[in-house]
Design a protein around this ligand. Structure first.
Ligand SMILES: *Cc1c(COP(=O)(O)O)cnc(C)c1O
Length: 420
């Protein structure tokens, strides 16, 4: 494994994003930085976060209600401070994105508008073994419309003996349910396997059979390179505390495609913050939605939490997603070689994440036939922060903004030692 250390040192020396590591607080293990590979679960805290949040507290302290209009970043329009950054990460128009609520709440809000079942067209197609919150949201939404989830929710599982969903299997399922399909609701990157689904192709196929299509980008946003406007799904939702480093429970976001930007006819959950800004404070009885994604906002901005998000988004805009993407593929590819070398000729351990860089983001899922939990415990004890997902997977996510090639090489040495 030692040749990997030398290679890692060379790669770190030429890494254009290397200086960004110093913009984050790294958790310590026995006094030195831990090898932190759980940015896909809770991203690290940017050093700028404290100042950004403190500034809002100071403005509140000194200005009281006047801060809505006269603080340095006026609270009245706070969501707009985040918009250009979110549009960059989403590959969207600024009017197509807004930070609001939390992920699961946003998924419900989007389904109110884009899951419009009829007696014949009422099914939702989703990925099997999905993160439970998505399944609860989808099933409860079909029930709310009076359907039985057993009939209305189609969950796609991988072909026997494989771990990921093939494009052919997804296409075949969309064809099979064509006339009864109301919505295709997929994750962008699957939380368990790390598979990155082909958003533009799935979007095209769903639209071709007359279904709406939306994506849960919890593990995709700030991780993979998105072009949502061009790809054309009806909606997408995300959370901000994973790759987006916005802190525990940080504010989520939505993308609503421009074709729905001016659709007052579309049923939606409405709130005063989604009302057209120029008439919002006329407090009129009838709801008049704002243009674009803004028209789905319910409440005024949770400023303290959004300040934390802004601190991280500014880092993304400086680093740029194109460069983040290049390092992600290099770092994940290096991690794949290192892990496979550590596994050696053991046949009871394997990476189940797709090997093709276009089918994955920054995550590798390592599956164990037995004993995985002990390996996980040993990694944690050695200062490697990964996570365990039942039944039998260790997830690791080398994050381009703050992980190094040396982190990966050191991880490889520790893993080989434990596996051996
Ligand atoms: C992290 C994650 C969630 C979490 O939902 P919250 O509403 O933010 O608590 C939901 N779905 C998926 C796929 C996730 O990865």
């Amino acid at each position: 494994m030692t040749h990997f250390v030398q290679e890692a040192e060379e790669l770190d020396a030429t890494d254009v994003l290397a200086p960004f590591r110093d913009r984050f607080h790294l958790p310590l293990h026995n006094g030195s930085p831990a090898i932190y590979f759980t940015g896909n679960s809770l991203g690290l805290m940017p050093k700028a976060t404290e100042r950004m949040v403190m500034e809002e507290l100071e403005d509140w302290q000194h200005l009281g209600v006047e801060g809505h209009m006269h603080s340095r970043r006026p609270w009245f329009s706070y969501h707009r401070q985040l918009r250009s950054h979110l549009a960059h990460i989403a590959g969207a128009l600024e009017t197509e994105v807004v930070a609001m609520n939390s992920l699961t709440a946003n998924l419900h809000a989007m389904m109110v508008s884009f899951y419009r079942p009829t007696q014949t067209r009422f099914k939702i197609l989703m990925v099997g073994q999905e993160f439970p919150s998505d399944r609860y949201a989808v099933c409860s939404m079909t029930q709310w419309h009076g359907f039985d989830p057993a009939q209305a929710v189609i969950e796609l599982t991988p072909d026997h003996g494989t771990h990921t969903l093939s494009a052919a299997r997804i296409a075949q399922a969309i064809e099979q349910h064509a006339d009864t399909l109301a919505l295709v609701m997929f994750s962008g990157v699957h939380f368990y396997t790390g598979q990155y689904f082909d958003i533009p192709t799935i979007t095209k196929q769903a639209h071709a059979v007359g279904a709406s299509v939306g994506f849960d980008l919890a593990h995709a946003f700030g991780n993979v390179n998105l072009q949502l406007h061009e790809w054309g799904p009806d909606f997408a939702v995300w959370c901000s505390y994973k790759y987006l480093n916005s802190g525990p429970g940080g504010v989520g976001g939505v993308f609503v495609h421009d074709r729905h930007a001016n659709r007052p006819d579309l049923p939606r959950l409405a709130g005063w913050w989604g009302n057209e800004e120029s008439t919002r404070f006329q407090m009129k009885p009838d709801f008049e939605p704002s243009y674009g994604a803004d028209g789905w906002q319910l409440s005024n901005a949770p400023v303290l939490s959004m300040a934390a998000q802004l601190a991280s988004l500014q880092i993304f805009s400086e680093a740029r997603m194109e460069r983040i993407g290049e390092k992600r593929d290099a770092l994940t590819g290096f991690a794949e070689r290192v892990v496979n070398t550590a596994i050696g000729d053991r046949t009871d351990v394997r990476i189940i994440t797709p090997s093709n860089p276009k089918d994955r983001g920054a995550q590798l899922s390592i599956q164990f036939d037995h004993g995985g939990r002990d390996v996980f415990d040993a990694l944690i004890a050695a200062g490697v922060v990964v996570d365990w997902r039942t039944p039998n997977v260790i997830r690791m996510a080398p994050v381009p903004l703050y992980n190094t090639f040396c982190d990966v090489a050191r991880f490889g040495i520790i893993l080989k030692d434990i596996l051996g």
